[in-house]
Design a binder for this molecule. Structure first.
Ligand code: IVH
Length: 743
């Protein structure tokens, strides 16, 4: 490999890993397997070693992932949360031992071997035995404060027990950071996915993603409904130090009443450690949490200190990763599914094969780029993987065993350049959506049956209008039979039609039934009262996701106001001026000033543009979050002006549906900032927030001198302490409601 080739490959790998990190840590929606990810990282580290001239401090090999998302307060860890180095084979595990023996000057080393829990890392702080805070790993030095959500975990004690575990010293540290992993038990994962399937919603890929998504929910009541669990296995900052070994730590954690790993081994020497790794692999499927490997740790705390750590990981511990289960089978065909946004997704139709306990006949192929990259062709022998994931994925093909004449897959040609559902034109588009990224083909027909059905299913889903009972199958049927064109048409479908809907075939009918139909009618009536933000989200306006819908719904009183929104206009106007200023800047690279006169004129123009931008920012755009950017503004404005957009609004009008925005009006909390903490006796967090906003107030995530009130409920944490410290008035729910009522 020439240096130039290496440089290119390094750049590619860095981009690939950065993207995978974003999908894994922030969106909890990985597209590549852990194995592929680790392979990419390893190749990158190799190349950086061989070509040190291209090494860089911000390479993914030099940093831990970053899980931080918007909406949470950031908190610094007292002691950095590190990552672990990975190995995939016995030789590397033995090399770990050899390294340590050399470093410590003895090969008389004891290890603990523990399961590597496939959840998400969290650091809990206890002060004098009292739980005060839970923070995600974040970037390693600081993470997101998820205290409220972690409080919903029933098995986690809020107060550590004083019980004296064997080998423990008995005292309670003043401040201790305890590290562990949050996970979702398999049964709970299946329950949630079954519910989603019934509601026609997209399924979560695996328990880890669902757990990660759950802990990053802003609504703790929602989190409480999903029964998260936790396992603790490590220490961060601890004052004073309380343990001498990893084995001692486990006993201590247990004595404090904390959930710990189900099984661990304390062994002497690397042979015994390797044997324990094998034993763990054989029994791990019986654990409550998913495991993707074993963690081998030096047992002695003194030796751990002596071995130290790199910027990224301790030298005294290593993860041995079990390979996910894979199988080989034939790819018979590639079929195409069309989603609610019209994106064409390829699906592998396989010769049925047994894998990880179930028979697999379909697997995801993600998108055309992925098929090309992996050189997968119809007729190929392929390897598929199921790493605790619901949807198996195709890992690779074996070109050496390819049938003659198998040609490179061409999606456009395969569908004859038309949408396989409606026959309309398809176009290549760039997508940055959650479900498909990169380049994709898209059906251009808004009225495509697949898109209609997808939108109707989404409209009724839990996160949208929660019209339970209309899942994917019912939605597809209603569209197929012509009962529903746009989601609001659901309101015009008579009870009798719903009740007699045949979801089966002519030969084997499966009638929807009176009871189910009655439920739908009740749910659709209840949905009429939902606020603008929910309706906006439910109508699948391009680029308007949940957060954007919420922000827009809190800044407009109705659809009528939104359609002619001064705010969206201002966003577009600002974007235009910013672009123009860039172009007209006298030193603009693409458009440099031609003369002194030109320079002077443009300088003046830029000053004027700058003033206009400032005026927009201070005026209509004051307090508008970055979520509402120019792309969203353009999309929303275009949609409501388009034929389908106007058609939707007309239908809502005809149905008498006029959802109200929760716009801040002048009220008792005008000019006031409130902070919520703990669980309130009757109000959900979101309800309380809405009330504050509706009464003109602001809600903040952290207490400062500027905070007007702290609204505190049960198990209020550090925010309450902070309020007391700063002398900020603390009110309970009753008092809050009295203030709202003007009392
Ligand atoms: S000890 C200094 N023990 O795996 C880091 N980590 O891939 C020491 N993990 O960051 C970590 N199970 O989030 C340790 N039994 C276990 C673990 C474990 C899962 C996680 C942890 C770590 C990541 C590295």
């Amino acid at each position: 490999m020439t240096p130039a080739q290496a440089q290119q490959r390094i750049a590619d790998l860095r981009a690939q890993i950065t993207r995978a990190d974003e999908l894994y840590y922030k969106r909890a929606k990985p597209e590549i397997s852990d194995f592929e990810y680790d392979e990419a990282k390893r190749e990158l580290a190799d190349l950086e070693g061989k070509f040190p001239q291209f090494a860089s401090a911000d390479s993914p090999t030099q940093r831990v992932g970053d899980d931080r998302v918007q909406g949470f307060q950031e908190v610094a860890h007292r002691q950095k949360m590190l990552s672990l180095d990975n190995t995939y084979n016995e030789a590397e595990l033995r090399a770990f031992h050899t390294r340590l023996a050399k470093l410590l000057g003895t090969d008389d080393l004891s290890y603990t071997v523990e399961p590597k829990i496939d959840g998400l890392a969290v650091s809990l702080t206890y002060e004098n035995g009292q739980f005060v805070r839970a923070v995600t790993r974040g970037k390693g030095d600081r993470g997101d404060d998820v205290t409220a959500n972690v409080r919903t975990i029933h098995s986690l004690p809020m107060q550590l027990a004083k019980g004296e575990g064997r080998g423990a010293k008995g005292e309670m540290p003043r401040t201790v950071e305890i590290r562990g992993e949050i996970y979702l038990p398999a049964a709970e994962f299946e329950r949630i996915n079954a519910e989603r399937a019934a509601a026609g919603e997209e399924l979560y890929a695996n328990p880890r993603n669902l757990a990660a998504g759950t802990i990053k929910q802003l609504d703790s009541a929602e989190v409480a409904r999903r029964k998260l669990e936790i396992v603790l296995y490590g220490l961060g900052y601890c004052e004073p130090a309380v343990v001498e070994s990893q084995t001692g730590l486990q006993k201590k954690l247990s004595a404090w009443g904390l959930p710990v790993v189900e099984k661990s081994w304390t062994v002497h020497g690397i042979d015994a450690a390797w044997a324990a790794v094998g034993e763990l692999d054989r029994m791990r499927h019986g654990f409550a949490y998913g495991t993707d490997g074993a963690v081998v740790k030096l047992d002695s705390a003194d030796q751990q200190r002596e071995a130290g750590e790199t910027a990224k990981a301790p030298r005294w511990a290593i993860a041995y990763k079990f390979k996910p289960e894979t199988a080989r089978t034939r790819l018979h065909a590639i079929t195409i599914q069309v989603g609610k946004t019209g994106i064409l997704s390829p699906v592998a139709e396989l010769e049925p094969v047994l894998l990880a306990g179930s028979t697999i006949s379909r697997a995801t192929l993600h998108n055309e780029d992925e098929i090309r990259r992996k050189d997968i062709r119809i007729g190929d022998l392929v390897e598929i993987e199921k790493a605790g994931e619901v949807i198996p994925a195709v890992l690779q093909s074996f070109p050496a065993e390819r049938p003659k004449g198998a040609r490179e897959y061409d999606l456009f040609a395969a569908v004859g350049g038309k949408c396989p559902v409606c026959g309309s034109k398809i176009a290549r588009i760039e997508v940055a959506a959650e479900d498909a990224t990169g380049v994709a083909w898209k059906c251009q027909n808004y009225d495509c049956e697949a898109q209609r059905a997808g939108r109707l299913g989404f409209f009724c889903s839990r996160r949208a209008l929660a019209i339970d009972g209309v899942g994917g199958v019912v939605a597809a049927k209603l569209v197929e039979l012509g009962h529903v064109q746009d989601p609001p048409d659901l309101y015009d479908v008579p009870l009798g039609t719903l009740a007699t809907l045949n979801l089966g075939t002519v030969e084997e009918p499966r009638v929807f039934g009176e009871k189910n139909a009655t439920k739908i009618v009740a749910a659709r009536e209840a949905a009429r009262a939902l606020p603008l933000e929910k309706w906006l989200y439910a109508l699948s306006v391009p680029d308007v996701g949940e957060t954007t819908a919420r922000e827009l719904g809190r800044r407009h009183r109705s659809f009528a106001e939104l359609v002619d929104s001064p705010l969206l206009r201002a966003v577009s106007q600002k974007a235009e001026r910013v672009a123009q200023r860039e172009w007209e800047a006298p030193a603009s690279r693409k458009n440099p000033a031609k003369s002194d006169e030109d320079k002077a004129r443009r300088k003046e123009l830029c000053i004027r543009l700058e003033a206009e931008i400032a005026a927009l920012e201070a005026g209509p755009l004051a307090g508008v979050p970055a979520d509402i950017g120019p792309a969203v503004a353009a999309s929303a404005q275009e949609f409501f002006a388009s034929v389908p957009g106007r058609r939707l609004l007309k239908k809502l009008d005809h149905l008498g549906i006029d959802p109200q925005g929760t716009v801040a009006t002048a009220g008792v909390f005008t000019g006031k900032t409130l902070v919520l903490t703990g669980t309130l006796p009757t109000l959900k967090r979101e309800e309380a927030e809405q009330k504050i906003l509706a009464a003109g107030g602001k809600v903040s995530g952290s207490v400062s001198k500027k905070t007007s009130y702290v609204l505190a409920g049960e198990e209020a944490g550090s925010k309450l302490d902070k309020a007391k410290e700063l002398g900020v008035p603390v009110i309970a729910e009753a008092e809050f409601l009295r203030l709202l009522a003007g009392g």
